[in-house]
Design a protein around this ligand. Structure first.
Ligand SMILES: [Mg+2]
Length: 323
C-alpha cells in the first residue's frame, strides 16, 4: 500500500530542499563547486538566509494553493496566485516577471506568456514549480500533461517550455506510481516518459541520451553528463539532467540531490526538480533530517508546504472518487 501523503510531502518538500541546497551556488560551474566544497552536502548561507527558497518554491506554493482552492486547474486563479505570492527578492527570471506584469496590467492569463520573448519563454520556470500537478494527477498521465501545458502557458508559452513542464510533472507522477521497496525499472520509467513527449520534440533525443548514460557500465564522468544533457536554465537543458540525477541515484535521496547540485549551472532549479522526483519516489522520510531542519519556517515555510501537500491529497482523493 503506497503512503500517498508521504509521497506528496516528499515531492513538495523535495522541491524546497533542492532549491535551498542549490541556490547559494547558482551559476557556478561544476569544477568551481568541486574545488570549493568537494561535494556540496550542507545548506550554505544564502541571499535570504540558510535554507531559504527562491522563485522555484514560491511559484510551486502558488500553484499548489490554487489547485487546492479550486479543486483542480483554473488558469485565472493560478495567475492571481502567482501575482499574490510574488516576492522579487526570491530571484524571479526576467521573462516570468514580464508575463506577471502583463497580467497585472490586464492581459489575459492565456495571452501574457506568448508576449514574452518571441513565441514565449522556453526556460525551466514552469517545470521547476510543477510538482503539485505531478502529485494531483499521478493517476492520469493524459490529464496531467494537459494541465502541465496549461499551467506553463501563463509564463512559459513556448512549446519547449510547456513540454519541459509536462515531462517534469510526468517524472514526479511516475515516481509516485513506483514502489521504492522494489528495484526501480529505469528502462520502463524512461520509456513511459518518452511516451509522454510529443513526436519530433528534441526532448526525445535528450531522454535517449539519459538512457545511454544510464546503460554505461561505469558511471560516466560529470563532463560527459553535461555534454549530453546540459545544466542551464532552458527547460531542454535542465529537466533531462534532473531526471538523470534521480535515475542514476534512485536508491538515495541525498545522493541524487548532491549529484544534481554538483552539476553546476542552474543549480537551484535542477536541485528543485531532482528533489521533487526523488521525494515523490521515496517520500518525506527519505529526506535527511538535517536538511529538513534547515528549511525556512516562516508563514509559508516548510510546515506550510507540508500542509499544502496534505490538502492536495484530499483534492486528489476527491477527483478519484468522482470518476
Ligand atoms: Mg530559483
Amino acid at each position: 500500500m503506497i503512503d500517498l501523503s508521504d509521497r506528496f510531502c516528499g515531492a513538495l518538500l523535495g522541491t524546497h530542499v533542492g532549491d535551498a541546497l542549490g541556490m547559494p551556488v547558482e551559476g557556478a560551474s561544476h569544477v568551481s563547486i568541486r574545488t570549493h566544497y568537494g561535494q556540496l552536502r550542507e545548506m550554505l548561507e544564502a541571499r535570504m538566509g540558510v535554507g531559504t527558497y527562491t522563485d522555484d518554491t514560491e511559484m510551486m506554493i502558488a500553484l499548489a494553493e490554487s489547485l487546492v482552492q479550486k479543486g483542480g486547474f483554473d488558469g485565472e486563479d493560478l495567475a492571481r496566485s502567482f501575482l499574490e505570492n510574488f516576492n522579487y527578492q526570491r530571484g524571479y527570471g526576467a521573462g516570468t516577471r514580464r508575463a506577471l506584469e502583463l497580467i497585472r496590467s490586464g492581459v489575459n492569463w492565456w495571452e501574457a506568456g506568448a508576449k514574452v520573448f518571441q513565441g514565449g519563454s522556453y526556460g525551466n520556470g514552469s517545470a521547476m514549480r510543477v510538482a503539485p500537478v505531478g502529485c494531483l494527477y499521478h493517476h492520469d498521465l493524459v490529464q496531467l500533461r494537459e494541465v502541465a501545458f496549461e499551467s506553463s502557458v501563463i509564463t512559459h508559452a513556448h512549446p519547449l517550455g510547456q513540454e519541459g513542464a509536462a515531462l517534469q510533472a510526468s517524472a514526479v507522477a511516475l515516481a509516485i506510481n513506483s514502489d521504492p521497496a522494489r528495484p526501480l525499472d529505469r528502462e520502463d520509467f524512461l520509456s513511459t516518459l518518452l511516451g509522454q513527449v510529443s513526436p519530433g520534440s528534441p526532448f526525445r533525443e535528450k531522454l535517449e541520451a539519459v538512457a545511454e548514460l544510464l546503460q554505461k557500465e561505469k558511471k560516466p564522468p560529470v563532463e560527459e553528463v553535461l555534454d549530453r544533457l546540459g545544466n542551464d536554465s532552458r527547460a531542454l537543458c535542465s529537466v533531462p539532467p534532473a531526471i538523470y540525477s534521480f535515475l542514476s541515484h534512485s536508491e538515495d535521496f541525498e545522493e541524487a540531490l548532491v549529484f544534481s547540485v554538483g552539476l553546476g549551472g542552474d543549480t537551484d532549479t535542477i536541485g528543485a526538480m531532482t528533489g521533487a522526483i526523488a521525494g515523490a519516489y521515496r517520500g518525506k522520510g527519505s529526506i535527511p533530517l538535517r536538511w529538513l531542519h534547515a528549511l525556512e519556517r516562516g508563514r509559508k515555510g516548510a510546515d506550510y508546504i507540508e500542509e499544502l501537500a496534505i490538502e492536495l491529497l484530499k483534492i486528489h482523493n476527491k477527483i478519484i472518487s468522482g470518476r
